[in-house]
Each structure stands twice: as structure tokens, then as C-alpha cells.
Design a protein around this ligand. Sequence first.
Ligand SMILES: [Zn+2]
Length: 285
Amino acid sequence: MSIVTNKELLDRAKAGHYAVAAFNTNNLEYIQAILTAAADLKSPVIVEAAKSEIDYMDGNVFVAIVSILADKLAIPVGIHLDHGPTYEETIRCLSYGFKSVMYDGSALPLAENIAITKEVVRAAHACGVSVEGEVGVIGQAADGPEGKANDMIGIANPGECERFVKESGVDCFAAAIGNAHGIYKRKPELRYDVLAEIEKKTGVPLVLHGGTGIPEEDLRKAINMGVSKINFSTVMRKGGIEVLAETLKKNPGDWDLMKMLTPTKEKMIEIAKQHIIMCMSDHKA
Ligand SMILES: [Zn+2]
């Protein structure tokens, strides 16, 4: 099946009460693992990359690999830019062939975030590309001082979310509701009251960042309240690296890179499957 926009994937997910898992990625084995897991489970999936990952792989190469591999599968696949840092970096991804981009102006004053996001929406929609925005800074759990991780976690203002969606025209957006990137130092406490109010005021599919480490029952509750895309990055990298380290330790002096990377890829397939099932998107392709 061909590559589709995130708008198409998320509108269907919201109506069907499941979420589409979006996995960050930056190399061939990683992309193969994500697509294999999704195809085995007959699930839609989003393959995404942040600026550093695009710089590492090259945007054109990234889109070409995902497109060629996805073309052979009977599942819909999204290609998405995660956390576009500037207007220019975000728009550049349209030239690579991304079908969805995120512009993250959450650190800016709201009016400025809206103004730039609106311009991104205008350019992206002209190219048939969907746009994700962000309101309320989603922090880094791992960067928080010991035992005070939640101090780094912001909570979005539902009134600001309503204004942001209405004025910018985004197709979906990420709001900080007690989630954070990285490894949570203690169990994350999602603010379901804020989530409910945001959903009521905006009506567009919501995106949950920092999916790694949020318990399954919490993810499912958030999905039932309107979360339609969940980002997972740390969990795949951590699982993959741990297996790679073990494989290298068990096979000293073996220079067969394919043999060394195969168990890593298998582990990533397993992790991706677990998270797709948590998102309840299996057999929804
Ligand atoms: Zn994020």
C-alpha cells in the first residue's frame, strides 16, 4: 500500500478508538523492524524522524527507503517529521516527500507559535501534507533532577489549545498533559481532566509524545479519550542497544555486521509489536 498522510491515519484511528504508533528511526534495520512488526500485525504505522535523525540518514534517503519497503506491504504507512525546530527545517521536508510534518513552536509565546504554525499549515496543505503542532512544552523526563522529574513536565492550557487549533488550522496536535520524553523517574501521572477538556474544546486527533514507560492501562484510557497517535522512541533504542551489546560480548572478534545486527532487529520487531498492540491498532489496516 502506498504512503498516506497522518490526517488520513489519525481521523480513522480516532473514529475507530485506537491510536497509531509512531516510531522514531534513523537506520535501515530500525525501519525494517517497524514495518515488519506493523505488517505482521496488519496495523497502520507511522515511521518518523526528528531533525538529527534526518541529518544522519539524509531526508531523501529516509523517504526512499520507507516508501520502497512500504510499497510491498498491505498496510498504510505514514512518513512524518518529528519536532520540526524552525519553519525552514519543517518546510524542507516537503521537498524530501514527507507526507506529514510537525512544527514545534511550543517554546515560543502562543501568538508566535500560532503565526508560524499557520504558515507551515498553508505551505504543507498546498502540497497535500498534514501538520502536527504542539502546545505547552513536553519536557525531558531524563533531564529532570533526581526525584523531581515532574518539575520538568508542563501542562497545556486547554483554552490556549482551542485558540491554537482554531487559528493555525493544524490537523492534529501534541499537548503536554503530564507526559515527557526519555525515561520517567517515577510513574507518569497523566492529567486526564486536562485531556478531556482539550478534546472537548478542539475536536482534532491528539498526539501523545513520550510514550515510553507510560503503563498500558494509561495509554488505553488516553486513547479512549481522543489520543490517536502515540510516539515511541526511547524504548526501541534502549532495547536495540542492549541486545547489540550482548551480541557483541557473546561474539568477540566476529566482524559479520549483518550477523551482529540481526538480533537487534529481531528485538526491535518484538518491542514494536508490543507497542502496536498497546495502541490497539492491530488488525485495523
Ligand atoms: Zn516528542
